[in-house]
Design a protein. Sequence first.
Length: 394
Amino acid sequence: MDTSLLFLTFGLLVLAGIGLDAIGRMTRLPRITLLVLFGILVGPSVLDLLPVAANGWRDPTATLTLTMIAFLLGGELSRPRLKAHGRAILAVSLAVIAASFAVMTLGLSLFGVPIALSLLLAGIALATDPAATRDVVRSARADGPVTRVLLGVVAIDDAWGVIVFSVVLGLVGIGSEGVLVALGEGIADVGGAIAVGLVIGLPASLLTGRIQPGEPTLAEALGLVLVCAGVSMWLDVSALLAGMTAGVVIVNLAKHHDRPFHEIEYVSWPFLILFFVLAGASVDLAAVVVAGPLGLAFILFRVAGRFAGGWLGGRLGGLTSAQARLFGLSLLPQAGVALGMALVGASALPAHADAIITVTVATTVVFELFGPLVTAFVLTRLGEAGAAPPEERG
């Protein structure tokens, strides 16, 4: 591959992202939605303008970007915040997982989908997109009880999702290993990611923030992200969970830090641009059309499950009736984790592989385009958009 073309492509995409950010400010459209649309436009499905293959760079870019976001989300789970909102975060995350899985499985089964396929698609539906959710919160300058619970929920719900999906793989009979082995593999993945986060976070909480008192320097912050992403890929564990664990450890143990991840916020926007544009460029629009009725059913049942789980968990967690009623709709964005689950699920059920991949790709496009819009609407409707102090975007 010509390195000059690679640099030119990425440079132009970052500059285009700045322009899309400006459009988002003027139109109130989430910049994530605009970036995905732009990626679809310049990708192979429409204009095919990218001189480098998006698929070859999507995975490493996604891993690095999600690790950055995970550090930032982990930083939201400080002791004071957990004391104030921990009950709501746990109640909502568990209720959304349970309700989404139950509604999806029952709804798809009644729709005539085979039970094994219904279970796998229900497991895939549990995945969310923390990168898009956090960027909507930051772009809208949102703050308040719902915003804080939302950031806590998206930080931990993928861990529940991995475990549930692993159980589902056992139920549908992946290999001859069964439920216990599949569950053990899921717990091992979660446990391994947490162990990586602890190994990186514990020394980082002691050593960082000494060169520039009060917060880690950009070099320290970026170094931690790269090491965490690299070790996670090497050990084949979730970089998202590893980064989140490291973030939680550092924010709670580094007493000499004032703002432990401030520098990561400055550098994350260019990577987010590449991540979402490349995600859009990887979309096969033909798959969206092929998904048809099954894809529509997936969308309707996932929305219903999120709505029900958000309402139930919100009420159990102490949110007001108005907040709980809308909360689940803020959890619609869905991206890379779901696609990864789909690939594993396709190998588990080869007879339904085409349906699993096609439906997941198609619905991920829909949720990635419209999910951020709904999240922004919820935060605005509940009066939390614009409540945070102004900060420089990007």
